[in-house]
Design a protein around this ligand. Structure first.
Ligand SMILES: NC(=O)c1ccc[n+]([C@@H]2O[C@H](COP(=O)([O-])OP(=O)(O)OC[C@H]3O[C@@H](n4cnc5c(N)ncnc54)[C@H](OP(=O)(O)O)[C@@H]3O)[C@@H](O)[C@H]2O)c1
Length: 285
């Protein structure tokens, strides 16, 4: 199968290239040569690739900056998503769009499902709003879509939470990490494999994919440090102590039951996936 990956230099894009590259013909594109906000260029690129599957992993992911500068986030995450979906539809190809737990308000104690709607499906941040608009644009422009909501991604080369914690632990005598933000850490490798499974076996639609279980940022930091063999002390604190421009869901746990039913696969527990990532880092260090 010919697979076109948009946003191929991002932390997820690189994993998608590696994963789909084992058996498919993969072409990747990203800024600065390729800009998803340029509708004509997206149509030209998709047509020239003769793609049988278009994976849109391109996104404006600076959650804080999106609050003060929403236009670029809207152009990439909402309008750009529509361009990718429409261009894929024009060549008869399915499109994959990645969305986020930030589309939920984070007030529910129960896991969010693909059927969860208003009043829970209410983004608290501009980034979340642009991603929800991107979901709608994808659905409207291409009925043959896979919208995959995920969360707390970390992968090689990414400026992610795990890397920030490990870097901070090298220079600071102790760390303070929020314990009242709960979510589902997810390894980009697992998400790339899940994407392949969904596109291979599942019906088009909206799916959640995250690693198994959930934890606080504090739990995740402590686990990453322990797995990396670092003994920097880490203390829990409250999110209110670190005010940010963007509001985040306090507790966003995504149910992956629909993914499991569709593919017959169960996401591995987040601790196993994190241990695998730490081991990969060490192998490539
Ligand atoms: N990271 C997370 O925790 C998380 C959680 C839930 C969902 N997601 C979603 O998962 C997907 C992948 O995220 P990620 O963590 O891999 O993000 P990432 O590392 O920031 O990768 C996104 C890629 O898209 C590129 N890009 C940005 N604007 C573009 C444009 N106008 N045209 C073409 N390419 C553009 C970026 O280039 P530059 O780096 O040059 O800007 C980058 O290479 C995104 O849809 C994101 O919203 C991420």
């Amino acid at each position: 199968m010919r697979v076109l990956i948009l946003g191929a230099k991002g932390q997820l894009g690189r994993e998608l290239e590696a994963c789909f590259g084992q058996g498919h013909q993969v072409v990747g594109c990203d800024l600065p040569e390729f800009d998803i906000t340029d509708r004509d260029q997206v149509f030209r690129t998709v047509a020239a690739s003769r793609a049988e599957l278009v994976i849109n992993a391109a996104a404006y992911t600076d959650v804080e900056r999106a609050e003060s500068e929403p236009e670029p986030a809207l152009r990439s995450n909402a309008a750009g998503a529509g361009h990718a979906a429409a261009a894929a539809a024009a060549v008869g190809a399915p499109v994959v769009y990645y969305s986020t737990d930030f589309v939920f308000d984070g007030t529910s104690n129960a896991p969010y499902t693909e059927e969860t709607t208003f009043p829970d499906l209410v983004p608290l941040s501009m980034y979340g709003r642009t991603k929800l608009l991107g979901e709608s644009a994808t659905r409207t422009e291409n009925p043959n879509h896979f919208i995959v909501r995920t969360a707390w991604l970390y992968g090689p080369g990414g400026n992610n939470f795990v890397e920030k914690i490990l870097a901070a632990a090298k220079t600071r005598p102790e760390l303070r990490v929020v314990s009242d933000e709960v979510g589902c850490p997810t390894h980009t490798w697992d998400l790339a494999e899940a994407t392949m499974a969904l596109c291979g076996t599942a019906a088009p639609g909206t799916y959640h994919f995250v690693n198994g279980g959930f934890c606080s940022r504090f739990d995740m930091a402590r686990a990453a440090l322990e797995m990396a063999g670092m003994d920097t002390p880490v203390h829990p604190c409250l999110a209110a102590e670190f005010p940010t421009a963007a509001r985040r869901p306090a507790r966003a746990v995504l149910s992956t039951e629909k993914y499991t039913k569709a593919t017959g696969r169960t996401p591995r527990p987040w601790r196993d996936a994190l241990a695998h990532y730490i081991q990969r880092r060490e192998t490539h260090a």
